[in-house]
Design a protein around this ligand. Structure first.
Ligand code: AP5
Ligand code: ZN
Length: 208
């Protein structure tokens, strides 16, 4: 299966991805995670991406299309993939050759009002991508990853102020991507405001 996950910041894409990945044996390609790794490693790509990311703006189409083109060639992605956070603009949707042949687009539909609490309470384990939330999905020990015992961190862009720009970018640049795929008849709308397990059940229904 070739899947695309679209939704605003905090809608649950990164929370559902590992579950879908394990259940359907797909590779998970998250442009946000790849960009954050590049920023942390101070690679030329990371240096170029950092400024836009810190401000909550989108990184240039050519950079992200380049990342996906490269990553999607991996043998582990040949059976199918989950694109999490890509495409974010209609230009990206049109440029990526594999992403064009998509089976399903999962639309994480949710009201903006819920997202600030989700974003400001999020803690992540950087090396695995595991995500926690102080209220909705707390780790066993505060600030510590359940599996490795390593420290959790907060994302630099997870503030109420930067969230405003990220939401703005979503409504202006990414919502047209949903319309683009609706015309192709491949969009499934999810109730992303429900608890995580209920969202998983909806995803499973769509994919089975
Ligand atoms: P990216 O990393 O993709 O961030 P985003 O789209 O803003 O999405 P998030 O990761 O914030 O949200 P999510 O839906 O994964 O939420 P999660 O499941 O973690 O992108 C970051 C930046 O990189 C962009 O701003 C841009 O600069 C750049 N970028 C990336 N891709 C790009 C592209 N294609 N083009 C250009 N630029 C690009 O959940 C959030 C929290 O809520 C967690 O704490 C979780 O535990 C909790 N939670 C999840 N689901 C539920 C639920 N159902 N109920 C209650 N709590 C829940
Ligand atoms: Zn995410």
């Amino acid at each position: 299966k070739r899947l695309i996950l679209i939704g605003p910041p905090g809608s649950g894409k990164g929370t559902q991805s590992p579950i879908i990945k394990d259940e359907f044996c797909l590779c998970h390609l998250a442009t946000g995670d790849m960009l954050r790794a590049a920023v942390a490693a101070k690679t030329p790509l990371g240096v170029k991406a950092k400024e836009a990311m810190d401000k909550g703006q989108l990184v240039s189409d050519d950079l992200v299309v380049g990342i996906i083109d490269e990553a999607i060639k991996k043998p582990s992605c040949q059976k199918g993939f989950i694109l999490d956070g890509f495409p974010r603009t209609v230009v990206q949707a049109q440029k990526e050759k594999q992403g064009v042949k998509v089976d399903k687009v999962l639309n994480f539909a949710i009201d903006d009002a819920i997202l600030e609490e989700r974003i400001t309470g999020r803690w992540i384990h950087p090396s695995s991508g595991r995500t926690y939330h102080t209220k909705f999905a707390p780790p066993k020990t505060p600030g510590v990853d359940d599996v490795t015992g390593e420290h959790l961190i907060q994302r630099k862009d997870d503030t109420a102020a930067v969230l405003k720009s990220r939401l703005d970018a979503f409504h202006k640049q990414t919502e047209p991507v949903i319309s683009y795929y609706k015309q192709k008849g491949v969009v499934a709308d999810l109730h992303a405001e429900k608890p995580p397990k209920e969202v998983t059940v909806e995803v499973e229904k769509v994919l089975s």
